[in-house]
Ligand binder design. Sequence first.
Ligand code: MG
Length: 385
Amino acid sequence: MTTNCIALVVAAGRGTRFGGAMPKQYLPLAGKPVLRHSLETLTRHAGIDRVGVVFNPDDAALYDTAAAGLDLLPPVAGGAARQDSVRLGLESLVDLAPNRVLIHDAARPFLAASTIDDVMGALDQSPAAIPALPLLDTVKRGANGVITETLDRTNLWRAQTPQGFRYADILGAHRDAKGLDLPDDAAIAERAGMAVKLIAGSEANFKVTTEDDLREAEHRIAAGLGDIRTGQGFDVHAFGPGDHLFLCGVEIPHDHSLVGHSDADAGLHALTDAILGCIGAGDIGVHFPPSDPQWRGAPSHRFLSRAADLVRARGGVIAHVDVTIVCERPKVGPHRAAMVSRIAEILGLDQGRVSVKATTTERLGFTGRGEGLAAQAIATVRLPL
Ligand code: MG
């Protein structure tokens, strides 16, 4: 059977122009990796049969997070340069033999369904089509900070993705161009003599390349999320016999454990309730009844992930979370950074949007007597208006 259209997302670059250790396509954007934004759009599109990603196997853990729960083809290992990665991605589709293929940059999160429609529509008449925008700024050539030439911008376009092709044609063109260093797939098609149709791109479909771009991307999303909610959560667990406990997703050696049906992580329980509170989705007990044996000893990150999924399902993002642990012991300070990191990882947030604090009750009350510990949390969620 011939598959009609497959989308291939190119995410193999290790580009770290941001200076960080994480390739930009995996950086968090509004609560999910940059890559996931376009994957969700492509997998939802009725005209696309399958979606696959070309990745760097060194990023397998990041990829798994970005792709979790999406119906994708097995990821394909890319090559040294973008052109190699695309060719390897195309070669991986030989058995599926799609009629058409759309090739998209992972770093363009704002792919609109209408752009996909337009590229696919253009492929009815043309062997290749790409979204592009006319160049409006005057274009200069310069050397050593001084202009050497002013170029004529007439008929100049800025190429975007997804770039659409007939599969057999672009596979052949890529094979022929192996070893060259061409900047995009349209250039490969042009070299093979294909007429590449220009369709209207959109400014929103920009490539997240710099930190400024990432901020701009956050602004765009936040501008559409004006319904700002706060929710709070509170939880207590008693100490019992044991030699370790879980707090904010971190295992801490201690002379007691915490007693509870799950792993008794009061920090994550309070935080889960705070997030559920933002969307009026009841409390942790509604979603994970203690009477249900499947949650016995369950790691509490599953509860927190579920709350974050519910926010995403509403089209919302988690803007900020703040957890306060109330206990005399264990000391939270030495574990604070690990807790912030773990919560950020579970929620898909930048660590700057996560706070963990600790206090005591001056030896008063049940926490003061060391009978148990308490946690409270507050979360801020932005939902579409
Ligand atoms: Mg609890």
